[in-house]
Every structure is written in structure tokens, then in C-alpha cells.
Design a protein around this ligand. Sequence first.
Ligand code: SF4
Length: 447
Amino acid sequence: MPKFDHHPTVQQWRKREADGSPPSPVRPIEAEGLRQLCLEAGADDVGFVEIDRPELADQRPQILTAFPPTQTLISFVCRMNRENVRSPARSVANVEFHSAGDEVNHIARRIVAALEQQGIRGLNPAMGFPMEMGRFPGKIWLVSHKPIAVAAGLGQMGIHRNVIHPKFGNFILLGTILIDAPVTTHQQPIDYNPCLECRLCVSVCPVGAIGSDGHFDFSACYTHNYREFMGGFTDWVETIVTSSSKGDYRQRVTAAESASQWQSLSYGANYKAAYCMAVCPAGEDVIGPFLTQRKAFLQDVVKPLQEKVEPIYVVPGSDAAAHVTRRFPHKQIRSVGNSLQVSSIQGFLQGMPLTFQRQQAKGLDATYHFTFIGAEPCQATIVIRDQTLQVETGHVGRANLKITADSRVWLKFLTRDYPIVGAILRRQIRLQGPLRLLLAFGRCFPR
Ligand code: SF4
């Protein structure tokens, strides 16, 4: 490109190239040296995973979109201070989550900067937030840190769906760095699960999100623990705009809840619980008191969280609402809208397993054939049987109820912007089969 030939930067770069400096980085990168670099930057443990590992198959396209030259993923963990995470004063726990999260981002940044000095390109997606909110309510994160950490031998998922490190337990936060170079050695998943299956996480979760059989009610966790994050925040905003007066708003939202939203907006969104992490006794550094002084451990760590009087956010008619009433009658139920929003028919179908309420599905045995027409035409089969849900593309088997719906009208019905009765009367939603099956279907997905 002759037009740049006389530019000082171009001349300087060409001179450096001619001098042979800096030398090209050695590839593959020697694993032990890279590990030391990560530990010196502040990581407490680290592992490497090659991009073509089967465990990454479902997120490989997104990883390569985020950073096309990715060849290796560096996964690392940072320890959190345990007593802070365990404190019933959630301000203390939230400071710990935020501080440790900032530390993960700083460490990742330092590692990427050091690698860049060596001529190795790298990219560090956020530990948590910020994320790509333009994609909300779709997948807003660039990488899923947990499966990468598992593939890198940094732990296994406990039944509470957090990664448990064999030594530090679940008192860790995860970071991932994508680099453009191969590494000499990769790690494999550890060959046992540090989770003890003690079910303390089951006993302490205020919304019953973790079933003793290992079932996970995602929407219960998302609605309560993440009340001041994306979906819950949006629901709060909608509460403001649909309040008819200051008095009406105050009826619906307490002064403490308004102040809490302000705090989240000012200092970082606060988690309402995360009690499953607080009580988890797994991990070599953590397990001692659980084994040697179990009574005291339960008294000091588990009971204060169970006995805490606090608002619990649930969708009316959900399994979580029933759980709070049954298990924690001293806690205050706060009824809110479902924070898992849907903006497309595909999103609706993919999100159904996350919002399915199996206790509400007791006794229901039905096959539904959906035919969506209009803006997003598609067909799907939904089978609810034995309190389980199955979603398939196309029409499969014999339907007990056939539902034909204009896709836009269906989405408005889901977001409570349009009553289903009006849609049925206008024939924008048409049924072939008993109406009671539609009502039973609705109970499985309370909004
Ligand atoms: S609390 Fe017990 S069951 Fe729950 S994740 Fe930890 S070790 Fe596993």
C-alpha cells in the first residue's frame, strides 16, 4: 500500500520487522509457564481446554463469533471469602460477590495484557455483567463459564447447579479467557463429583428451586434470587407504569423494595438469596466443620438463613409460591409477574422447560399440537405426562388438544397484554378439543 509508505508509524513498524524484533511467540504455548502467569495474576486455580473439545460443542459457534481465532480457553477460579457468602445479612454477601467478580475481571484483564505483550491475542468476556443486553431475553452471555470450568478440571456441578471445586468448594467465581494459540497440555474433568448429595442446598432454598431428586426449577430461582436483575427489574418498571397513582404504587411496592432497587441500580444488582452456595459443605477446605461439628454447623450456617424473615418473590400459582407457604410460612410472599420474558415463538418453545411447574402438572396427561400462523409460522408438539414436559418440532402423535394461534397474538397473551378469551372469541386462537386442557396447560406455566 504505497500511500502509507511514508507514514512514520509504518516506517517504524517496518524497521522493527526488519530487525526481527519482537520475536514471534513460541507456539504451542508451554502450559506450565502459562499456568504460572495466571496464578501470578491472581487466579487460585487454572486449566486449559482446546476449542474442539466435545464439551464445548453447543457453545463453540458463539465462542468463535466472539473471538474467531480462538484455539484455547483458559478457565480459572478465584476464591470467595466464605463467611461473607454465608452471612444472613445479604449486603455482606453481595459485597463479596461483587468484589470477587471485579477481581475475576481484573485478573482476566491482566492475563490478557501479559499475553498481548508476548504477541498472543486474547479476549476476556465478563465474569457476569455487563452482557449483550441487545439480545435479551435471548442468550445474552458470550461464554458459559461453568461447562468450560468443568472441562478444564476445575470441579463438577453440584445438584445446586454451581461448580464445586475439589478444594475450595463452591466458594469460587469463574473466569474464562479465549486465546489464539494452542497450549502444550490440556486438562480433563475431575473423575468424581465433590457434591456430597447432602441436600442442605435443597433444605435452605426459600423457593424450592432445587428438588431433592435433582430437579431444578429455573424460573423459581430467577424470579426470587434475581428479582433486581433484568427480568425482575423490567417487571418492577411495568409495576410503576401500570400504577394508577402514588398510593397505588405504594400498595404494590414497599418503601424497602423501592430503596433496594435504588441500591441495586447504584451499587450493582443484589442477589436475594444464593443460600444454596452459602450452606454447601463440599470441598476439602470447607468440609471440616460439617464432618466434625455438624450440629453447630447447621445451627450457625443453615438455620439463620432458614429462619430469616424476608420477602420472597414468587409468581402466583407457581410451585415456588406453594413451597414458601408450606416450608417457610414466616417469610413474606411477594407476588410478582414471571420475569422470564418471551419475544418470539422459538423463545417460547425453547423456554418452556425453564418455566414448567411440575407440581401444577400433577394428574395431567395430554398431548398438545400447536400450529402458529402469521409472522412466525411453525408447528410444535407438547406432551405433559407424569409431571414431565416434552417439546418437539412438528406434529407428533395424536393430539388431545389442537391449538392454532396467530403468533403475535399468542406472544401478547404470554406477556399479559391480551386476554385469551378475547383472542378465542375473535378466532385469533382456535381450539380443537376440550378447553379444560388449555386451562390445565396454563396452570403449568403461571405468568
Ligand atoms: S449443599 Fe450438598 S447437595 Fe447441595 S450442592 Fe452442596 S454438597 Fe451438593
